[in-house]
Write a protein that binds this ligand. Sequence first.
Ligand code: BEZ
Length: 231
Amino acid sequence: MPGITLGDTVPNLEVETTHKNFKLHDYFADSWTVLFSHPASPIYLLSLLTNGLKGDFTPVCTTELGAMGKYAHEFEQRGVKLLGLSCDDIQSHKDWIPDIEAFTPGSKVTYPIIADPNKEIIPQLNMIDPIENGPSRALHIVGPDCKIKLSFLYPSTTGRNMDEVLRALDSLLMAAKHKNKIATPVNWKPDEPVVISPAVSDEEAKKLFPQGFKTAELPSKKGYLRVADVS
Ligand code: BEZ
């Protein structure tokens, strides 16, 4: 994925959205944001156009945007904003929303969707699918400092898993809360133990985790896998 990546500041672009126009940094300020884009490959777009439809009305994206709407309260509870992006104009986005909400009962598209009809924004946000050379199924989790903390890039044929988006977000929030002195292990879920970063000495770990921690006994006897309960 050439272009902006983990640790980079998202460019402060002025964007037109289904809510209002704003500068990205104003939207990101003081909270975490899940910014997600949707593919409409040139070949697919062409076939849609010949049927008189626009690029927004793609089937997998319809399910994803609906799921985001259904999970919106989960993001709100965590103080996290959502921001969609699709390569079509505002009117098309607005026309698409009733389909999205109808397909996923209980979903309300309360989050803004950026319009990018000329595909000028997606390259600047590194949301390009290099195989299809067009808009991708990408997702950046952006921190309150406007920097990218995590990125997913899925091919157009694979819809994303919203439980995994939430799980990864919870991991980022947990690591940030502990100033990255912890990390979360495989398949971690909130309330499960975390691992102590290898950058933390045992002495520091004793101070950081007064409740104690466990060191896994492994054949190497190197004592590097330490687990603490922080819930
Ligand atoms: C979709 O969202 O359904 C989709 C978009 C582009 C290519 C294939 C599927």
